[in-house]
Design a protein around this ligand. Structure first.
Ligand SMILES: [Zn+2]
Length: 210
């Protein structure tokens, strides 16, 4: 079974305030009698479900095309944390054992990607340190940022940079039961870019060999 954890990309999607909204430009349209339909797209690369590149928060750090795909592909644990709006999630809220190299945290504090709420929960540097200690190399969230909305010094992003860990943001995790999955969330090979949209899915792990 596959869980699609990617919000729909449309002009209704509410991007980060001040960022470039989604715009589809229809150059040709068969419904208007053209010989085919042809569209262009303009939008922020921090679009719905997306991978942040280290160059987004570190001046000399890697751009998205330089990231190893190994981060975005493989065994992954979905953890539901109980967090109120605006909370900072602490390491004590994690289960004792983290059993995969990738962790997705469902906070439920950004319920509607078409209506931007600024009071989503953030992570903490201590939480990232703990996950790093558990061998985790990627952390994904169901919010638009791993830091608080107002944060300018981005302590959580900087902790990811320090430990060479990867970030996924904007995931749709409401429907996903906690547990172990195979994650596939590959960024596009966008040279020099600071992020990329991803089509993020979780595949259930079958108990018996297929
Ligand atoms: Zn981002």
């Amino acid at each position: 079974m596959i869980y699609d954890i990617t919000p729909v990309v449309s002009e209704r999607l509410h991007v980060w305030p001040g960022d470039t909204p989604v715009k589809r430009q229809v150059l040709l349209d068969m419904k208007r009698g053209d010989h085919l339909t042809l569209s262009g797209l303009s939008a922020t690369v921090h679009l719905g479900a997306h991978a942040d590149a280290p160059s987004h928060y570190g001046a000399d750090a890697r751009a998205i095309h330089e990231m190893s795909l190994d981060y975005y592909l493989g065994l992954c644990q979905v953890i539901r944390v109980s967090a109120s709006r605006g909370a900072s999630i602490r390491p004590e809220q994690l289960p004792e054992r983290v059993a995969a190299g990738r962790v997705l945290l469902a906070t439920g504090t950004f319920p509607d990607p078409e209506s931007f709420n600024r009071d989503f929960a953030a992570l903490t540097p201590e939480l990232i340190e703990r996950l790093h200690g558990n061998g985790v190399k990627l952390v994904g969230v169901d919010t638009p940022s791993v830091d608080h909305f107002e944060s300018k010094d981005l302590p959580v992003h900087r902790t990811f940079l320090k430990y060479d860990m990867a970030i996924l943001e904007g995931l749709a995790l409401d429907e996903v039961p906690p547990g172990l999955y195979q994650l596939i969330a590959l960024p596009l090979r966008l040279e020099g870019f600071d992020a990329s949209p991803v089509r993020a899915i979780l595949r259930t792990i079958s108990a018996s060999p297929a």
